[in-house]
Each structure stands twice: as structure tokens, then as C-alpha cells.
Design a protein around this ligand. Sequence first.
Ligand code: ACO
Length: 308
Amino acid sequence: MKGLEVLSTGYAKINHILDNQQLEKMVDTSDEWIVSRTGIKKRHISCKNSVDLAIEAAKEAIKNIDQSKIGLIVCATMTPANRMPSNACLIQAGLNLNEQDMMCFDISAACSGFVYAMTIVNSLLKTMDDRYALIIGSEQLSSIIDYQDRNTCILFGDGAGAMVVKNSQHAFYSYQNSAGNQEVLSAKNDPQDYFLKMKGQEVFKFAIKVIPESIDQVLNQAGLTLDDIDYVICHQANYRIIKHVYKKYRCPSDKFYMNLDEYGNTSAASIPLALATMNEKGLIKKGMKLILVGFGGGLTWGATLIEW
Ligand code: ACO
């Protein structure tokens, strides 16, 4: 068994919208500046924490599957509801899955969390026969954003996406990397220095270097080219970052799915949220090949090439 079959997806539906016009009243910025620099028009903001958002996404993902087969819950997040217990254990409780053999834990790899989680789940599931895994990316980023800091508050939103997978013969190739660094991106536990901090131009340079590196790594492993890939789903940080990458590959923009205009940057939730919304729209069909690319705080980065 090589890879994973995706059985279902789900995402949290957050009604409260913070659009650029509202941000214009909060900080010295403009819709024109935000859209031209980032592509973001609005973000969804929730009073629910990352456990409750995850449960909402997971409920949708598990509603039509045999829940007794779930043996693993992994939640990627950088805004866990508690230091302990993990989000994943609380999601288990919230889904009433306490009465079955289960392994539950969180992954902290910032915006690369979901890609890291897929690789870990693929390895672990190989020891678990026909059990299913529930993989979730969930963030309440609004809890760590300073809404007086125009450098960061325009970028981020809340969200959660979930996916149920099982072992299969489907293609699965992965690449991960990291470089210990807290200068470029950080969100500390220090009450005096609590909010997310970012050096925007450093992030930009980092992203346009590691996204092609990650894509090339999984393509080389698979012996494929970008022409063989139906969609590349990058972490939804910024339109200009993704545009830079598809231009570099001289490939059509619609191969690089984007929904950041609607959701902003939701960190570990951005890739599963994109997958769930694409799935809902019927964009992803069985047998399609996708590359998922994460990059973010840590610094961390990586990609998985999967077959749907
Ligand atoms: N509205 C208006 N002006 C602003 C805003 C704002 N929201 N934010 C900054 N500015 C100002 C700055 O203060 C600066 O003014 P100054 O020249 O008077 O000093 C000017 O705009 C230019 O600032 P820069 O930081 O040079 O702007 P830049 O063109 O680099 O754009 C941005 C900033 C959008 C953050 C860009 O660097 C970028 O896209 N970086 C990538 C960041 C990113 O995607 N982060 C995602 C989070 S991390 C992750 O998910 C991996």
C-alpha cells in the first residue's frame, strides 16, 4: 500500500466576514493597497476556538463514512485551544469517538502543518490495516492577531478543513524541510510579546524559493512533470507569491488553485479548506493528481503529491 485514498472532506462555515472596507476603518490601509499587494478581499472571523471549528469541519467530513473505522485523529494547528489536552483529543470527544481504539495528537508546523500531517498519517496508517484517519487543519488566528498592526491584520483569517483518508495504492510522494528561525515569523507564549509577528519581505523571498523547491522534489520522486498534475494547491498566503510561482513554471494560472480572496491566510487550515471547497464545487475528480505545498513559520516547508 503506497498512499492514501481521500474518502471525504469538510470545512467550517464561518458567517462573520471582515472585509477590506471594514479594515479601512480600523487601521491606516485601503482596499486598493490590500488587494494589489495580497489579493485578499475578505477573511472569515470566528468566536469559536480551533477545537470547535475543527469539530464543525470534521462532522461534515465523517457524516457519510463508517465512523467506527476511524483510528487516528491528527490536528494541525498553531492556535491550539489549550496547551493540554491536544485539540485532537478534544475533537475525539466532540465527535463522540471516545469508545474506540484511537490515537490522537496535534502537529505544530505553522502553515506547513497539514502537509506535514499527511506524511505522518500516511506512515502511521500503514501500521493500522484498514483503519481510517481524520486529518484536520484548524486555526483561530484572530486570537493572536493585533488588529492595530496593519502589517499583519490584513492577511489572516480563521478557518478549519478536514479530510478522512484510508490506505490505498494511490500515488503518494512527499518532501519536508525546516530551518530553525524565529526572526521571520513568530507568535510567542510571552504575554508581553504575544501577537503574530512577520517580516513580510523576508516571507516573500522565502516562499518563492521553497515553493518551487518543494514542487520539484515531489515531481522528481514521482518521475512526473507539472503537465501531469491537475492542480497545485499552495498554502493560501498571498496572490503575488503564487503568481510568481506559476509564472516561473510558465503554466496556466488556473492550475494553481486560489481562494485567498475570500478567506485570507488561514495557516494550517488553508490547504484542507481549499481542498474541501474545491471538492464541494466538483473540481476534483477521482484519479486526479494534486500537489499540496505548505510553507511558513519554523521555518517549515514541504509538499505532497497525491492521487485523489
Ligand atoms: N496598508 C497600507 N500600507 C501598508 C500596509 C497596509 N496594510 N502594510 C504596510 N504598509 C506600508 C508600509 O508601512 C510601508 O510604508 P513606508 O514605505 O512608508 O515605510 C509600505 O507600505 C511598504 O511596505 P512593505 O512592507 O515594503 O510592503 P510590501 O510591498 O513588501 O508588501 C506584504 C507587504 C504584502 C506583507 C509583502 O511583503 C508580502 O506579500 N509578503 C509576504 C507575506 C505573507 O504572505 N505572509 C503570510 C504569512 S506567513 C505565511 O503564511 C507563510
